[in-house]
Each structure stands twice: as structure tokens, then as C-alpha cells.
Design a protein around this ligand. Structure first.
Ligand SMILES: [Zn+2]
Length: 143
């Protein structure tokens, strides 16, 4: 579903990225301030995570005075989308509809969210096929 080379973000790294996405530019001190209580992590742990994200190219780093500032190189929306598409690429195409329905049933949604979904669904209704084609290797589903 997605052809570009994926960079995986671990759950712990995801916590750091959320702080960076929210602040847009951020120092390690600011990241530590947000996460040390929430995650019960030591500053050294958080700095290791920041270092890994810099190595992965997900945070750009720039020295300013005697500290470094970090800026996300990928958007939160694209990152969330990639992770979600990854999950769907690991299942039979025929199961995607049911999986989406299950996810929707579990989600707490605003009126605005529902309106957006109705828009997408109206479009999907126009494009719907009689049967979704299976994309699996023999032995990996019962299609
Ligand atoms: Zn299949």
C-alpha cells in the first residue's frame, strides 16, 4: 500500500515525537519536562530516545547557544497514516472493511468526525466494488 521506505517508530519514541509535534521546535529539557512524570523515565533515557530519533532522521537538530533544538522532519498526520497503512498491509484486503468497522465502533467521535466519515463513506459508496480481491499468499488466509 505504501512504497516509500518506512522508518519504524517505537512506542517510546512515539511519546517523544508527540512532544516534538506539539511544540514544533523543542529542546531536550522541554521533552524531559513533559515525559519524566508521564512515563516515569530518567532524563538519560529520554536523551537516548531523542538521539535515536535524530539517527533515524525523524528529528532535525540544530545548535542554538549552548543547547540543541529539535524539529520533526515528518508530520504527525503522515506518521499516523503510515502506521495505520502498515497494519492494513499485514492483513487480507477482504478483512479491511470489517476491521475498519470494528475500529469505528470502538472510537469516541465528535459530530465533526462523524460528518467527515459520512463524506468519505459517500465517496466510497460511489467507488465500491462487488467483491474485494484477496491479496494473500496461499496459506495465509481462507479466501
Ligand atoms: Zn486473503
Amino acid at each position: 500500500m505504501t512504497t516509500k521506505v518506512k522508518t519504524t517508530i517505537t512506542e517510546a519514541e512515539w511519546e517523544v515525537m508527540r512532544v516534538a509535534w506539539t511544540a514544533e521546535t523543542v529542546t531536550s529539557k522541554e521533552i524531559v519536562a513533559v515525559l519524566k512524570d508521564k512515563m516515569n523515565w530518567k532524563p538519560a533515557t529520554i536523551k537516548t530516545l531523542i538521539g535515536r530519533l535524530v539517527e533515524k532522521g525523524l528529528l532535525a537538530t540544530e545548535p542554538v547557544g549552548n543547547k540543541f533544538i529539535y524539529t520533526p522532519t515528518v508530520s504527525e498526520e503522515d506518521s499516523v497514516k503510515n502506521v495505520t497503512l502498515d497494519v492494513f498491509s499485514q492483513m487480507c484486503n477482504k478483512k479491511v472493511g470489517t476491521t475498519l468497522a470494528n475500529l469505528l465502533a470502538e472510537a469516541t467521535l465528535s459530530h465533526e468526525d462523524v460528518r467527515l466519515l459520512e463524506e468519505v463513506l459517500a465517496q466510497k459508496k460511489k467507488e465500491a466494488v462487488d467483491e474485494v480481491a484477496c491479496n494473500c499468499a496461499p496459506g495465509q488466509c481462507n479466501c
